[in-house]
Design a protein around this ligand. Sequence first.
Ligand SMILES: Cc1cc2nc3c(=O)[nH]c(=O)nc-3n(C[C@H](O)[C@H](O)[C@H](O)COP(=O)(O)OP(=O)(O)OC[C@H]3O[C@@H](n4cnc5c(N)ncnc54)[C@H](O)[C@@H]3O)c2cc1C
Length: 312
Amino acid sequence: MRIGIVGAGMAGLACAEALSRRNYAVQLFDKGRGPGGRMSTRRVSTALGEASFDHGAPAFTARDPAFRQRLDAWIASGMAAAWPAAGPTAYVGVPSMGTPIRHMAAGQAVRFATRVLQIEAANPGWRFVLEQGDAVEVDFAVVATPAEQASALLDPIAPAFAAQAAAARSVPCWTVMLAFAEKLSASADWLQGNESDTVGLAARNSAKPGRTGPEAWVLQATASWSSAHLEADQDWVANELTAAFADRIGAALPTPVARAAHRWRYANPVAVGPGIIYDAHRQLGICGDWLLGPGVEAAWMSGTSLAARIAG
Ligand SMILES: Cc1cc2nc3c(=O)[nH]c(=O)nc-3n(C[C@H](O)[C@H](O)[C@H](O)COP(=O)(O)OP(=O)(O)OC[C@H]3O[C@@H](n4cnc5c(N)ncnc54)[C@H](O)[C@@H]3O)c2cc1C
């Protein structure tokens, strides 16, 4: 059976890994230029060397025993490590958040920079219409994207599933990346705010295990602030978050050697659902964090569960 997966984030790759182990022929498609999805790392050249910022998920947990086992393998091979600054059960990729994802993608057939424009019924199976103008036919289609993007792809072929995805709202997150020539005098490497604040989280990226380069911070605006300023100008957002961060640490900031802002329109899902959507008759499956709960671990569990259902 040929299985096509839209989305090579943690959910899509976990599904692909589990299916490949059972000898299915899997092909993934991702619109991003490289692996990562919402576990991406941004690199910026500075006069002091390359600054790196995990500008999506800053850390993740591992409570599920099966995910814990997968994580242990990454830890054993130096691709992940605990980061106690973020909490007693917090982990990060090493030397960047995307390392485990890159490793997973390397073992799979992934076409990056390839947006799936449409999924059509091919009788039998499905046809993925790609933005490059070509199309690929598969026997089983998996959609492993954020809910809003899944809804758009599913609407013409499975309106009930599309409606389920449309009902799962994601909250946005404005993220600002700052690098400095000197170490800031913040009281901790992980500073959490309240939902009424502008900055919901400030994380000293350069303090994570295995990082090199200058002092680097990632600021995440709260969901309510991000929603209220979703269409704001990037520079304005960078100024606002930088000022709020300075207030938070109670010190004037030196001029950054690098500064960038990124808007995640679909950062974290609010709704949780049944874990996966699986239609054996139509050979269609859906996975992603939005079906289980926000987070890397949920994305992995959803992808892995879907693979088990397909194989079962
Ligand atoms: C700012 C931020 C903070 C976060 N904080 C945490 C945290 O503290 N802890 C935690 O555990 N998690 C956190 N997360 C969430 C975590 O990153 C996600 O839960 C997880 O990475 C989701 O994986 P996924 O595979 O479901 O989705 P994604 O990583 O979004 O992967 C989906 C992929 O689908 C691709 N795609 C979409 N549409 C198409 C299309 N039409 N054609 C081709 N490709 C397509 C996208 O390019 C993407 O690569 C955070 C995320 C963000 C953005």
